[in-house]
Design a protein around this ligand. Structure first.
Ligand code: NAP
Ligand code: MG
Length: 498
């Protein structure tokens, strides 16, 4: 049984009131008064409601963002002034860390300690990192050669791309919102953020703190609502200059189509099917628990989850048995109970989808080395941590993203095979980890892997300075680092005849 969780006074009060839309500095109901239920994935119960934005609300927020941009409401401040406001957002996130972590726990099913000591400080650091960049956006001077006997002064400058629509999924609501808002604002853009319909709570709180920190009205707008209405309209809208999207590859392709009308800029952080490659000389006492963590953290709902395990045949049995033993012993239950080791999936639909994938693996002949069953009777959306062993390349569970706590394992025999397996078994190319003590082999494999992020003897370590994103069908562009900032800018060249 799930122990009943009593929210803190602040959070209880927030849950009792309907979450609003942030449009032009005002917290508003949806234009037609529509509401969406917000579920707690640990209990399956409705715990609050949020305004469900309409196409009319999209019009209002795009108009507000456009006006703020054209009137230089944000870019009219000095870069140092903008940097100070972003730094203040970080301070406010830290001041309200407990409350935000509690919201993330209740809404997204994250453990409190993970949210409090992981996502919340990471979101704050994201705003600090980009606060520093505000004063460091620079162009270059150029030497011309076209006309030898005349003098020119030529330079490039970076300008904000304009009005940006930022669309994120439910698996890391606060961090994903911050990864987009902070660089977009540092570049000088005006923003419309659409959180996932399931998880608006921490984004709404972040919006309040951003207004409190001094981000001007119209520069930040927040629209909770459905992807097929609000997301789609934002993506089609002729007055939106760029869409930055994190989510599934399927919706990412829809976004490219919808963005065609005004050829808006598009960046996409999409799905993954990241391999964990264990060579026979690896330190297995570290690699085995790390491989389990790479797939079972956040119940596998992580874009860089290590969902395909390839272990050298000399250690394959030991590695598979080791990860399966960890899976079998994991305590699964409510995110509010810190004695649990794996929490819920986000929704009933996601639970069913992941379970269908396990069934498909079973039918195609995978051996269930651990888990494989739904955990009934708890109200929430729980599944056993699952290891599908002895899989092969043609299986759906090996090729497709599952986005749940399901690991496939497969042996390999040579280092020449492994890059082929890792690269060809899936259309994704987001991340990979390599486990070996042989430094040459580590670098050779890192070079051979077609993925945007490769970890050696670790998995899933993010950093604000490190570009994050995918090759192949894992996306276009990168989050984080200077590289993400540039994606919120246009480059202008100016040639002056002297
Ligand atoms: P999703 O269905 O693609 O949804 C993502 C966001 O897009 C949600 O806000 C959704 O709104 C919205 N959306 C849906 N249809 C839309 C449309 N036609 N136009 C515009 N927006 C639309 O993804 P998901 O299932 O929620 O999230 C899981 C996926 O995200 C996985 O594939 C995972 O790998 C990927 N992901 C990638 C990264 C990365 O950085 N690479 C990080 C995290 C997750 P609703 O909430 O209303 O559906
Ligand atoms: Mg929820």
């Amino acid at each position: 049984m799930i122990k009943p969780y009593l929210p803190s006074t602040k959070v209880a009060k927030r849950l009792r009131t309907e979450q609003r839309l942030l449009i032009n500095g005002q917290w508003l109901r949806a234009s037609d008064g529509g509401l969406l239920d917000i579920y707690n994935p640990s209990t399956g119960a409705v715990m609050s409601q949020t305004a469900k934005a309409t196409v009319e609300d999209v019009e209002q927020s795009v108009a507000a963002a456009r006006a703020s941009f054209e009137q230089s409401v944000w870019t009219g401040l000095t870069p140092a002034q903008r940097g100070k406001i972003l730094w203040r957002v970080a301070d406010l996130i830290e001041q309200h860390a407990e409350e935000i972590a509690e919201l993330e726990m209740l809404d997204a099913g994250k453990f409190y300690a993970d949210a409090r000591h992981g996502e919340v400080p990471f979101a704050a650091e994201c705003f600090r990192y980009y606060a520093g960049w505000c004063t460091k956006i620079e162009g270059r001077t150029k030497q011309l050669s076209t006309i030898p006997d005349q003098r020119f002064h030529a330079y490039t400058q970076r300008e904000p791309v304009g009005v940006v629509a930022l669309i994120v999924p439910w698996n890391g609501p606060l961090v994903q919102a911050s990864w987009k808002l902070a660089p977009a604002l540092a570049a000088g853009c005006s923003c419309i953020m659409k959180p996932a319909a399931q998880t608006p709570l921490s984004t709404v709180r972040l919006g309040e703190l951003m207004i409190q920190a001094g981000v001007p009205a119209g520069v930040i707008n927040i629209l909770s609502g459905g992807g097929s209405e609000v997301g789609q309209r934002l993506t089609e809208h002729p007055a939106v200059d760029k869409v930055s999207f994190t989510g599934s590859t399927k919706v990412g392709k829809r976004i490219i189509d919808a963005a065609k009308g005004n050829l808006k800029k598009v960046s996409l952080e999409l799905g993954g099917k990241s391999p964990v490659i264990i060579y026979p000389d690896a330190d297995l006492t570290t690699a085995i628990p790390a491989a389990a963590h790479a797939i079972f953290a956040n119940a596998g709902q992580v874009c860089v989850a290590g969902s395909r395990l390839y272990a050298h045949e000399a250690v394959y049995q030991q590695v598979t048995d080791g990860v399966a033993a960890i899976a079998k012993n994991m305590k699964v239950g409510a995110a509010s109970d810190s004695s649990n080791e794996m929490g819920p999936l986000i929704s009933k639909e996601q639970l069913n989808r992941v379970y269908q994938m396990i069934e498909s693996g079973r039918k195609e002949g995978a051996r269930i080395a651990a888990g494989g069953e739904l955990i009934a009777n708890q109200g929430g959306y729980f599944l056993q941590p699952t290891v599908l062993a002895d899989t092969h390349h043609a299986m759906r569970v090996v090729k497709e993203e599952i986005f749940g706590p399901v690991l496939t394992t497969m042996p390999f025999s040579s280092e020449d095979d492994i890059a082929i397996y890792a690269n060809d078994n899936s259309e994704y190319g987001l991340a990979a980890s390599i486990w070996t003590r042989d430094i040459g082999l580590a670098h050779k494999t890192a070079a051979d892997i077609k993925a945007g992020l490769v970890w050696v003897n670790c998995h899933g370590i993010p950093d604000m300075a490190i570009p994050f994103g995918g090759y192949k069908q894992s996306g276009w562009g990168r989050e984080n680092g200077y590289e993400a900032l540039l994606q919120y800018t246009e480059l202008k060249s100016v040639i002056v005849k002297l």
